[in-house]
Design a protein around this ligand. Structure first.
Ligand SMILES: *[C@@H]1O[C@H](CO)[C@@H](O)[C@H](O)[C@H]1NC(C)=O
Ligand SMILES: *[C@@H]1O[C@H](CO)[C@@H](O)[C@H](O)[C@H]1NC(C)=O
Ligand SMILES: *[C@@H]1O[C@H](CO)[C@@H](O)[C@H](O)[C@H]1NC(C)=O
Ligand SMILES: *[C@@H]1O[C@H](CO)[C@@H](O)[C@H](O)[C@H]1NC(C)=O
Ligand SMILES: *[C@@H]1O[C@H](CO)[C@@H](O)[C@H](O)[C@H]1NC(C)=O
Ligand SMILES: *[C@@H]1O[C@H](CO)[C@@H](O)[C@H](O)[C@H]1NC(C)=O
Ligand SMILES: *[C@@H]1O[C@H](CO)[C@@H](O)[C@H](O)[C@H]1NC(C)=O
Length: 311
């Protein structure tokens, strides 16, 4: 009788909230454990959401090997702000991460995971120097599985991206160089006005309506919602000037891309995307702390304890 009372009180003690709490905390916030970025330096985001690479020795143009004339680059014409939801800034398909966000407006990783096309470099002025793109992402023609294969062959919209996470400017922002390319047979050159239009068609894929490229100005703003895998994203898009030049000089393929007297290869605008997550899949609700969830867990442990109670 005494032994039974002792074991019962021991069990009650070990099942009490005091003991359950550390377990509860470490596994209830899986994203909190990985919020520091892999570089080791702490992320520090200015109010703009990124650092201007040109102010610290970097460039808003990419480094393209073997251009003619030499030294031409492609504009980094969109930036996913470091003030976006922390989950979107993680380079993952799961947990609402960056690749799931890209899929929410119709862009996927390369065809069957095969890397095609040449690498480009970018120096985001963050102390990492010139790095090749993290990945190439292509418009998937409405088919998240195989659509990017079609893009590789037929051409279409695509972008390379780099993360500003070096020790000297760790904003976590994602810099994107977007362009609309010709089919593979035509060597993947860029179509006429293909940097500005590529940027604006991507933005149009987010807003669901055509963006009037030629009338955009510093400060033009759109807000819209997209979803994939039951994650819902709200994106605020703001066009800003002053980062890129309104010019064709030094822009890769400028002879065919610029439209004489109408628009330069780079119109000088960058689309800044600030993303928040406004909906998550039903399963992830289980990961949110709530008093009712806590008591469900507590009751479950208690019942399990009782099951093994020595008689
Ligand atoms: C970038 O990729 C090229 C091959 O396309 C490679 O030769 C070069 O070493 C890479 N640069 C860096 C910094 O990784
Ligand atoms: C979505 O992207 C495709 C491919 O780039 C483009 O043809 C289409 O116009 C875009 N949609 C909008 C509304 O801009
Ligand atoms: C663009 O707009 C921003 C924010 O309103 C402003 O600070 C900046 O000076 C503007 N750029 C130019 C070139 O006027
Ligand atoms: C999204 O949620 C619905 C139920 O609300 C479910 O049937 C569907 O499989 C989910 N899709 C994904 C991709 O998780
Ligand atoms: C293109 O850029 C040059 C500066 O390089 C500028 O003088 C010219 O007015 C621009 N043209 C158009 C159509 O925007
Ligand atoms: C393209 O850029 C080069 C410099 O890289 C410049 O010499 C040339 O004039 C530009 N061409 C056009 C059509 O803007
Ligand atoms: C680029 O410069 C031209 C010529 O000055 C001007 O007409 C055009 O509005 C500028 N483009 C943007 C997006 O500011």
């Amino acid at each position: 009788m005494a032994a039974r009372a002792l074991s019962l009180s021991l069990i009650l003690l070990c099942c009490s909230p005091t003991f359950a709490y550390p377990f509860h905390y470490s596994s209830w916030y899986p994203w909190r454990r990985s919020w520091k970025r892999s570089t080791g330096s702490t992320r520090n985001v200015p109010s703009e959401g990124f650092y201007n690479p040109s102010l610290t020795g970097g460039s808003m143009l990419t480094f393209v090997p073997n251009t003619f004339p030499e030294g031409q680059g492609e504009p980094l014409n969109a930036i996913l702000s470091g003030n976006s939801d922390e989950r979107v800034l993680q380079d993952t398909e799961t947990n609402g991460g960056l690749l799931n966000y890209f899929a929410s407006f119709g862009f996927s990783g390369e065809c069957l995971g095969q890397h095609s096309g040449s690498d480009q470099g970018a120096d985001l002025g963050d102390g990492n120097g010139i790095l090749n793109e993290t990945a190439v992402i292509r418009w998937n023609y409405g088919d998240p599985q195989l659509g990017s294969c079609k893009e590789t062959i037929q051409g279409g919209n695509h972008f390379r991206y780099w993360v500003q996470n070096g020790p000297e400017a760790n904003s976590g922002a994602i810099f994107m160089g977007i362009s609309y390319e010709l089919p593979l047979q035509l060597d993947h050159d860029i179509v006429s006005n293909g940097y500005n239009n590529g940027r604006d068609w991507l933005v149009g894929n987010i807003t669901g309506s055509a963006i009037p490229s030629l009338t955009l100005t510093n400060g033009t703003t759109y807000t819209s919602t997209t979803s994939f895998g039951n994650y819902t994203y709200q994106t605020q898009i703001t066009y800003v000037d002053g980062l890129l030049q309104n010019t064709s000089i030094g822009i890769n393929h400028n002879i065919t891309v610029s439209v004489e007297g109408v628009v330069n290869a780079s119109d000088g605008l960058v689309a800044v995307l600030e993303v928040s997550i406004t909906g998550t899949p039903p399963t992830s609700i289980a990961w949110k702390p709530s008093p009712s969830r806590f008591w469900q867990l507590y009751s479950l442990i208690f019942v399990l304890c009782l099951t093994f109670l020595p008689s």
